[in-house]
Design a protein around this ligand. Sequence first.
Ligand code: C2E
Ligand code: MG
Ligand code: MG
Ligand code: MG
Length: 287
Amino acid sequence: RAKAEGRNDYQFYAGSMGTNAMDSLKLEGALRRALERNEFLLHYQPQVDIRSGAVVGVEALLRWQPQGKEMVSPADFIPIAEETGLIVPIGEWVLATACAQHKAWRDAGLPPIRIGVNLSARQFQRQDLAKRVARLLEEMDCTPDCLALEITESDVMQNPEAAVEILRQLHAMGMHLAIDDFGTGYSSLSYLKRFPIDCLKIDRSFVRDITSDADDAMIVNSVIALAHSMKLSVIAEGVETAQQLDFLSDHGCDQMQGYYFSKPVPADQIAKLLQAVKPETGHVAAA
Ligand code: C2E
Ligand code: MG
Ligand code: MG
Ligand code: MG
């Protein structure tokens, strides 16, 4: 499959390790050593403003490259990292690395764009999350508006009262907050209204059949309307075709992320993409 998808394929890992192929104990041991061995890396996927076509942000996506082995997809190791609590130190590495990348792009004179970072439930449950993030940002010479934190609906709804408090602290710091995979969990609209969030990310399972399935089209339209009525922006995930993009554009969606524009890629490819942007206007320069 990877071969058929072409050379620049960072998404599909031929023969990716699943818990079937490697038992979870072995995987846990390997994950524990992975941080010390520096085997993690981040790829970045552009987030594009649908109206202007400008790259307005990127999402950092974790990759694991064990020495001498195939790259491992987060779907294959994040569940075990969550179970074992290893996701907490791994998540701190992700935050620190995203901040360092932001600074590197700024130092290279590239236009500052926000980096979206996924937070797991385990990280989000810690009462001191806002303090830890604040300290980290300072250490890494970043301001809170460098980051957008992505939290899933089900993670915030596990304990919505505690979530309101933590989100409020992060928001007060100036951090951008997004609800990830929106539509796949259960949200209470009254809580959604109380969460000081900035953005809803529509799960890609709704975007996939948007042009052929009337129910999905209706759901996506409703989410866009709901978000806008709450003064939130909307990002559609998993946009793969021009038809999907046209639909989203016609229905007022703000941003898109998906293979149609770019797969998640290494940082140097994002730098090349941003070099084509004039810092004064933030628009992609004419060739
Ligand atoms: P997510 O946060 O919803 O990230 C979007 C996923 O959709 C990514 O998968 C991305 O590569 C994929 N994607 C983007 N555009 C398209 C498209 O057009 N078509 C298709 N089929 N897929 C697309 P990825 O990188 O495998 O990550 C999977 C999940 O792993 C993420 O879902 C996120 O929940 C989790 N994850 C990734 N990095 C981290 C991390 O640093 N920390 C935590 N806690 N979770 C992470
Ligand atoms: Mg995400
Ligand atoms: Mg996610
Ligand atoms: Mg998502």
